[in-house]
Design a binder for this molecule. Sequence first.
Ligand code: BG6
Length: 487
Amino acid sequence: MDSMTFVLFGATGDLAKRKIYPALFNLFLDQKMPQSFSIIGLGRRELSDGAFQTNVEHSLRTFSRRFIEDKAKLKEFIDAFRYSQLDVTDVEGYQELLNLVQRRERELNIPENRLFYLSVAPEFFDVIASNIKESGLGTTNGWKRLIIEKPFGHDMVSAQDLNQRLRKSFSEEEIYRIDHYLGKTMVQNLEALAFANPVLQSLWNNQHIANIQITASETVGVEDRAGYYDQAGAIRDMFQNHMLQMLMMTTMHLPKTTSAADIRNEKRKVMESLRPLQKEDVGSQVVRGQYSDGEMNHEPVVGYREEPGVDSSSFNDTFVAARLWIDNDFWRGVPFFIRTGKRMKEKSTRIVIEFKNPVKELYGSDQQTEPNLLIVNINPNEGISLQLNSKNPLKNGKIEPISIDFSTGAKDIPEAYELLIFDALRGDSTFFAHWNEVELSWKWVQPVLEAFEENTVPLHLYRSGSMGPDASDELLKEDGFYWWEYQ
Ligand code: BG6
């Protein structure tokens, strides 16, 4: 792996402390960092290198999944960090940054490979990218890469606008858009599951699949993010990115190779085949919900509108369920049900593939068989279950569903940020969102945003601690299905 400089904007922020430093540290422990590396943290406040290094060590002790008391090893890692104060809007300040980057490149004898990680509010993405270019930081003899986090735009037009601005300083191949769901091991595993198993591959189509359900339920409420969340809602916060990425990963067709280009090409094709939604149809295909008060873990909790910082008459969506159709030869006629929400009964992300059941009445109408299910548990317990029908010898041979379960069982698996940062360091963009995917996702979501904004669809309240509004169950009932909940 190439030696490089990791330039982190937002180095004193929450994401850096909780995710980025621990990820870099775990990569270092696993010998997955380059031979030589320099890490330059940037922030608004004044901080000495020593104080910054102490903060980094503190974040490792607090948030890393592993820690070591080997002082020499720890020092080797921490010594790579330097800090510089920067007002990201001030182009002059970037000169000083360039000097620091170059000085460290000389000291460590590393080539001009530079990775810029923008862990800052999205309104700064384009000014930083442009200042990197103007200052000469982006003019290197080696490679340069840009990592950005969601939200990528607020709607279709703002996303296009942002992309155009970024593209003035970085090419598409140099931009790594993090969607941390693509860093989850079981999301990355979907491709292998469908394509490395001929048994499943032959069933992965509309001949055999009745419907697919993708759920990401959370128990937390808005927390202290009302300022952002009340503008974003579940549709922008989860649906436009994480949920549609999981849909693409589940339904893409077998790529020619598993290269980033081929996989992203297949994902794009899925999005191009997604049946567009007309604004007037949003009400019949999408359910908008908002949590009211209720109980979580036997403790009473307030409704969304009573949360600190939330407008008491807010119509913001904290839950979205939708029915989607992919109009291509593989998936025509199969409904995809997707739902996500806060303050739901369980923290769980999972995909349920329900197979068609032509033998429902094989043993007569009083002994109907259950459909086969393939359940992919993404979070919190990574694993796979296959539900089959089998005779129970203890019940006179009654047909009952049995479950064949696999769970990784490992507590210590790499976190999403570890996998993603490692890929970015290697220049592998497979599990980053390509602009085509982002744009097509906004395109599908746009009429939903408008219908929500214009309030032309109902807002269903649901009790905190439930599985969302009844309207979300009704959506499936219309097609003769129901949500497969946790057993
Ligand atoms: C983030 C959203 O992208 O994903 C949060 O902004 C949400 O609102 C989080 O809580 C969920 O991620 P995970 O990995 O806990 O499922």
